[in-house]
Design a protein around this ligand. Sequence first.
Ligand SMILES: *Cc1c(COP(=O)(O)O)cnc(C)c1O
Length: 462
Amino acid sequence: MRYISTRGNSPVLPFEETMLTGLAPDGGLYVPETIPQLSADTIAAMAGQSYEDIAFTVMWPFIGDTFTEDEFRALIANAYQGFGHISRAPLKQVGDNQWLCELFHGPTLAFKDFAMQLIGQMFAHVLKRRGESITIVGATSGDTGSAAIEAFKGLANVDVCILYPHGRVSDVQRRQMTTPTEANVHALAVDGTFDDCQRHLKDMFADHAFRDEVRLAAVNSINWARVMAQVVYYFTAATSLGAPGRPVSFTVPTGNFGDIFAGFIAKEMGLPIDRLVIATNQNDILHRCMTSGAYAKSGVKPSISPSMDIEVSSNFERALFWAHDKDGTAVAALMDDLKAGAFHVSDNAMAALRATYDSGMADEATTSATITKTLKTSAELVCPHTAVGLHVAAEQAQPATPMITLATAHPAKFPAAVKEATGIHPPLPARMADLFERPERVTRVANDLGQLQTTIRGMRAS
Ligand SMILES: *Cc1c(COP(=O)(O)O)cnc(C)c1O
C-alpha cells in the first residue's frame, strides 16, 4: 500500500513512513493511493467475531510490510486490552431503529483512545526495530492530550510532553494528564490559551535545530494511522445490525472530520453505508458549507461540546480530495483561499460530497434539551457531543434503515453540562473512581517558546 498527499506534491510513501511523518511536506494529508476492497463474504463473516479479529481484517490491507501478521495481531491485542468493555465499542438501542455506538470505554473515556492506543503500540514497535527514540509534543484543549499520554506512558524510546492551557481544561481532563506516574509522561501547564499552546507547538516544529535535537514527533488528528484505526468500529457496528445484508447509516459528532472520514473509508471498502451524517454544534462551518458550498470562517464560539469547537476542520481536506477526483492541485488552491478566510466548492464537487454526506447542527439549548430528553426516553446519560449527534440523527433518520450515532465521550468527562441538563452528576466508571485522590504531577511553564523548549530538553534528558 502506498500513500499520496491530498495536495499532489509530496513523495509517495509506504505505511511506516506515512505514520511517522504525519503531515505531508506540501502541507497536505496522506491518503491511500487506492482503497482496499473487502468482499461481501468477508464482511458477512465479521458477525459474531471479536473487535480485535475484525480490526485485523479491516486494517491489514493498509499496513504493507511494516509488521508481520502475528506482530500486528499482538499490537491490536495490546492496544485494546485496557478498555473497560469486552466488546470495545458496544451498541445500545435508544429508539426505534436508533442506536448508539459507545466509543468511550477506553482509558480516557473518549473515542480518541481507539486510534491513539494503537498508534502508541505501532510507534513503539517501529522505533525499537529502528533503534530510534522520539519526543512526542502535543497541544491539547482537553481530550487529545490525555489520550496521547495514556497511549505512550511507559513505552520505551518515547517521551510524551503535552501542553495545555493552565486553568482552562476541566478537572477530569487535567487529572487524566497529571496523574499518570510513568517517568516518560510530562504534563506542561502553560500560562496562556489553547491557541498559544498550538502556536508554540507549530514554532517548535518550524525550529529545525530544535526539532532534530529532540527528535520531535506529532500524533495529531491528521495522522493517517489515526483515521485507519477508526474505520474498524464502523464495521463492528454495521455487521452487528445486519450488514452487509442491509445498509445502515451513521451520524457522527464532528469537529476535525477525522472520525466521519473513517466512515467514508469503510464505505469505499465495501461496507453498505447509506448515509454519513455530519453533526455540528453551534460552530457549524461544515454544515454551512454542505448547505451553501461556501466554507467561510466566522470565529469560534465556545460551547458545551468543546471538542467540536473548531473552524479549520483539517480532515475535511481528505473528503475534498475525493470530491475533486483526487486532483491535488484543485485541493491546494482551495487551501490557499482558506488562508484569506474562505473557499468555495464547485457545483460538481458539492454534488460528490452530497452523494455521501448529509449534515445538521444543534445549538446550545437543543444540545442540552437532547441530554434531558434522552435520559427520559431511554434512561441513558449522554455527553454533550453525543447529544449533538442524537439530535441530528433524529432529524435525518429513515425509518427502514438503522441509524447509528457515535457516542464520542463518556458523560462523566463533561459533568457540568450533564448536571445542568439532568440534575445528575455522572459518576466516573469504577476503574477510575479514585481519579480525584491520585497525586498530580505537572510543570507550570511561562507562555514563552524559549522557556518551553528549555523545559522539554530537560525532561528528555531525565
Ligand atoms: C475529538 C472529538 C470529537 C470530534 O472528532 P473529529 O474526528 O475531530 O471530528 C467529537 N467528540 C469528542 C468527545 C471528541 O473528543
